[in-house]
Design a protein around this ligand. Structure first.
Ligand code: MRU
Length: 334
C-alpha cells in the first residue's frame, strides 16, 4: 500500500505539497503551496488538518517567508487554528532555529529547511512508537471506537490513535474499527474510513449519536482518540464530540484511551480550563458540503473541539509509553 503523505516538500523543493483533505474521499488531489498565505489558507480551511500535520505544514511554510518576515509569518500561521498546540510548538522550534543563524540568507533558508524536515521525521518516529505502545492495549478481536481522524492523514507518519490499530493489525490481531462520522465536517466518515479501508482494516461508520447505544449493545471493547492539546493534569482537548463519547464510555465501563505525541502535551497549560477552544463559521453547520441543512439565518454554535477531563480517561499513550493518573509526562518542550 502507498504511504499516505498529507504534507511533504513539493517535487521541485520550492513549496509544500499537501493532499487536499477537503476533497476526500471522492478525489485524491495534491496541491503545491508556494507562499505562507497559501499554507495559512490550507490550514484554516482544513485542506491540511490534524494537530501534528498542521504543525509540520506551518514549519515548512516558514521556509517560504521572505528573510526579514520569519517572525511575522510565524505569528500569522499560529493564528490559523488556536487549539492544537503542535502548531505553536513547531513554529517556536523554527523561530529558535532561525535565531541561531548568524550568516547569510542562504544559511537561514537551509537551517529552516533542515529544522522543518526534522520536525516531519521526528513526528513519523513518534507515531511509530505510539503505535507500538498503543497496540499493547488492543486485544485480538477488539472492536474499537474512534472519533474524528487521528490517523496517517493527521500526522507525518502512521497516525496516533490509528497507529495503535495499524500496529495491532500488523502483529496479526483482528481489529474492527467503528468510526464516528464526526459532525460537522465528517473527518471520521470521509478520512478515517478512507484510510482504514485502504489499509484493509474492517471499518463501520456510524453517526456520532449512535455511539452510546452501540456501547450499550456490548459491541465496543475500547475507545481510542487523538488529541489537540493535553494539559499537565491530563485534561485533553480533541474534536468536538470526544467529551460525550468519554462520558458514554465511562457509563458503560469501557476503557477510553487518548493517543498523542509529546508535541501535543502542553506544560504551559495546567488544566483544560486554560485551553482556548476554536469556534468555526456557522455555514459549516447550516450548509456544509453545499446543502442547506438549517435555515440560512439560524444562529449556530460550532466549537471545533471540546475538553475531556482526565478523570474520564483510562490512560494516555505517547511516544514515551502508556501514562496513567496521576500524570507525569516527563520533560516537555513547552
Ligand atoms: O479539526 P481537525 O480535523 O484538525 O481535528 C483533528 C482532531 O481533533 C484530531 O483528533 C487531533 O488533531 C489529533 S490528530 C493525530
Amino acid at each position: 500500500m502507498d504511504v499516505i503523505e498529507p504534507v511533504r516538500w513539493s517535487d521541485d523543493g520550492a513549496g509544500v505539497r499537501i493532499l487536499d483533505q477537503r476533497e476526500l474521499p471522492a478525489r485524491e488531489v495534491y496541491r503545491d503551496l508556494r507562499t505562507v498565505e497559501d499554507v495559512f489558507a490550507a490550514i484554516a480551511t482544513l485542506a491540511v488538518r490534524g494537530a501534528p500535520a498542521i504543525g509540520i505544514a506551518a514549519a515548512m511554510a516558514l521556509t517560504l517567508a521572505p528573510d526579514d518576515q520569519v517572525a511575522s509569518a510565524a505569528a500569522r500561521l499560529a493564528s490559523a487554528r488556536p487549539t492544537a498546540v503542535n502548531l505553536r510548538w513547531a513554529l517556536d522550534r523554527m523561530e529558535r532555529a532561525a535565531e541561531k543563524v548568524r550568516g547569510s540568507p542562504a544559511e537561514l533558508r537551509s537551517a529552516l529547511r533542515a529544522e522543518a524536515t526534522r520536525i516531519l521525521e521526528e513526528d513519523r518516529e513518534m507515531c511509530r512508537r505510539i503505535g507500538e505502545h498503543g497496540a499493547a492495549l488492543i486485544p485480538d478481536g477488539a472492536r474499537v471506537l474512534t472519533h474524528c481522524n487521528a490517523g496517517a492523514l493527521a500526522t507525518g507518519g502512521m497516525g496516533t490513535a490509528l497507529a495503535a490499530v495499524y500496529v495491532a493489525a500488523s502483529e496479526g490481531r483482528k481489529v474492527h474499527v467503528y468510526a464516528d462520522e464526526t459532525r460537522p465536517l465528517l473527518q471520521g466518515s470521509r478520512l478515517t474510513a478512507w484510510e482504514l479501508t485502504r489499509a484493509g482494516i474492517p471499518t463501520t461508520v456510524l453517526v456520532d449519536s449512535a455511539a452510546a447505544s452501540l456501547m450499550k449493545a456490548g459491541e465496543i471493547d475500547l475507545c481510542i482518540v487523538g488529541a489537540d492539546r493535553i494539559a499537565r493534569n491530563g485534561d485533553t482537548a480533541n474534536k468536538i464530540g470526544t467529551y460525550p463519547l468519554a462520558i458514554a464510555a465511562a457509563h458503560h465501563g469501557i476503557p477510553f484511551y487518548v493517543a498523542a505525541p509529546t508535541s501535543t502535551f502542553d506544560a504551559g497549560t495546567a488544566s483544560g480550563e486554560e485551553i482556548l477552544i476554536e469556534h468555526r463559521g456557522a455555514d459549516e453547520v447550516r450548509c456544509g458540503f453545499g446543502t442547506l441543512t438549517a435555515p440560512i439565518d439560524a444562529d449556530v454554535y460550532n466549537p471545533a473541539f471540546d475538553v475531556t477531563p482526565a478523570t474520564l480517561i483510562t490512560a494516555i499513550v505517547s511516544d514515551r509509553g502508556v501514562h496513567r493518573a496521576p500524570y507525569d509526562f516527563g520533560p516537555l518542550a513547552r
